[in-house]
Write a protein that binds this ligand. Structure first.
Ligand SMILES: *Cc1c(COP(=O)(O)O)cnc(C)c1O
Length: 351
């Protein structure tokens, strides 16, 4: 018998996107925001005192909850703060799933879902999306205790209308928690926040990593009815978010004007990238995120990925059968996107 539990011995673990050390690299592989965070967030972190670090942080990050609640039009009691949205995914699996209680999600989606299921040793009911990434009807009858919908979805960048997720929540009432992972919602046309007022089984996941440019800070939050939040609080680590993260995240979410301006710039760049890639012979479905999921029609995705890497440009490629013909490309700054397009022109002309 090995030291590890059998499921841990057998599993591979989550594979994060490559982090090049070279500062000149064009890094379009992990959906970070290409613009810096709000100067007010940086200032707030700089102003952390020794006394604040000596003491434990306020365990539920109430200053953030109160600030975010006001901006979002919910109550502070509807919010739980987490050490990155990933922690909320982890907590919900711990809270709702075990060997006999499964998790269900459509695929392809965020690969962390299957990794967390393997760690928990809970069955994962994976239901493939159709070609258009519509909500699979079978999710309503999967028998899972937890249903995760990433919306907008990664890596497809597609969005399922709120009405359809409302319908799913209704069908799963009393049977399954519906966790809507809105990590990319800042770049989408709509969101599902209002569903937490109608349903006792809906949890919304949000993160400060993407729209607010704070991936390095590790701060996210869940929004749900108070009973769910209280239950999740039993599962969380006592001091899961640190003093610096609370201060930085609170200042960042307060600075809505800075945030909205960055989102606007990214949407403009997303349009540019989509048009240029289409001209170069990629199939690029409309994206509601800060990345595009592009299918090259003239060359293999893996070859383009490798040749971009040789030019110090990093995009994301997966060798999974259902997505191995596509590249996920983060929307960068205007300059980064131009560099990418120039490199792609060269690569495609060389063949
Ligand atoms: C980025 C992301 C998250 C949350 O990431 P954190 O950095 O941990 O907040 C959750 N789900 C998806 C699909 C993501 O891309």
């Amino acid at each position: 018998m090995g030291y590890f539990r059998e499921n841990i011995e057998k599993m591979a673990g989550y594979e994060p996107g490559f982090q090049p050390k070279d500062a000149d690299a064009v890094k379009l592989n992990t959906n970070e925001n290409p613009y810096p965070p709000s100067p007010k967030a940086i200032e707030a972190i700089k102003n952390i005192t020794g006394e604040q670090l000596r003491r434990y942080p306020q365990p539920t990050a109430d200053t953030f909850r109160e600030t975010a609640a006001e901006i979002l039009g919910v109550e502070a009691e509807n919010i739980i703060c987490v050490n990155g949205g990933d922690e909320l995914l982890n907590m919900t699996i711990r809270a709702f799933c075990d060997e006999g209680r499964s998790v269900a999600y459509p695929t392809p989606t965020y690969s962390l879902c299957s990794v967390l299921a393997q760690i928990a040793n809970c069955p994962a009911v994976e239901i493939p999306f159709d070609e258009e990434f519509n909500l699979p009807a079978k999710l309503a009858s999967s028998g899972a205790a937890l249903t995760i919908i990433c919306n907008p979805n990664a890596p497809s960048g597609t969005f399922i209308p709120k009405e359809e997720l409302s319908q799913l929540a209704e069908e799963l009432k009393g049977k399954s928690i519906v966790l809507i992972d809105e990590a990319y919602v800042d770049f989408a046309e709509d969101n599902c926040l209002e569903l937490i007022k109608k349903f006792d089984n809906v949890i919304i996941l949000r993160t400060m990593s993407k729209g607010y440019s704070l991936a390095g800070l590790r701060f996210g939050f869940g929004i749900a009815n108070e009973k769910i939040i209280n239950g999740l609080n039993k599962v969380k680590d006592s001091y899961n978010v640190d003093a610096a993260a609370i201060a930085g995240a609170t200042a960042a979410i307060e600075d809505q004007q800075y945030f909205k301006n960055n989102v606007k710039k990214i949407k403009i760049e997303r349009k540019f990238l989509t048009e240029k890639l289409t001209e170069l012979g990629f199939e690029v479905p409309a994206s509601q995120t800060n990345f595009v999921f592009a299918k090259p029609l003239k060359m293999r995705a893996i070859d383009i990925y490798e040749k971009l890497k040789d030019r110090n440009i990093y995009v994301r490629y997966w060798a999974y059968p259902d997505i191995k013909d596509k590249l996920r490309i983060t929307v960068g700054t205007g300059e980064q996107n131009e560099k990418l397009i120039r490199a792609l022109k060269e690569i495609l002309s060389e063949g």
